[in-house]
Design a protein. Structure first.
Length: 134
């Protein structure tokens, strides 16, 4: 066995494939090399839809219907750029959520407490960790 095989046999690994493009996620799943969501006993591949802010990125917000037919696991969003309706729809579908933020502000920490995301994506991980332990 190689080093990777040894690691995979002992550690649970989750790889999250995130994109704001449903076309890209569809291409990944349709590729003949796509191994499925569980290519190994300890490995999970998760699909994530990214929801940007149209006024800041110019990319436009995708809608849930844009991702129809994809086996989504996670939705990634910015805490200040998502509507309550969108958030409640994702939760009612059983999707996990990733909240991302540019900077750790009082409002961002309030959003973490209010929205209770599965994951928080930030460049301020040490500060968030200290806040969680407080």
């Amino acid at each position: 066995k190689g080093r990777l095989s040894t690691l995979l046999s002992h550690l649970p690994i989750r790889v999250i494939l995130d994109s704001l493009s449903p076309t890209l996620l569809r291409a990944i799943v349709a590729d003949p090399r796509w191994p499925g969501k569980h290519p190994h006993a300890n490995v999970e591949l998760a699909l994530s839809a990214d929801y940007p802010d149209p006024t800041r990125t110019g990319l436009g917000n995708p809608t849930l219907s844009d991702f129809d037919g994809l086996p989504l696991d996670i939705v990634e969003y910015h805490w200040n750029w998502v509507t309550d309706g969108q958030y409640q729809a994702w939760r009612s579908m059983g999707l996990e959520t990733t909240m991302w933020m540019f900077s750790a502000t009082v409002e961002a920490f309030d959003a973490i407490e209010t929205l209770r995301p599965t994951y928080v994506l930030t460049s301020e991980a040490p500060l968030v960790r200290r806040w969680l332990e407080y």
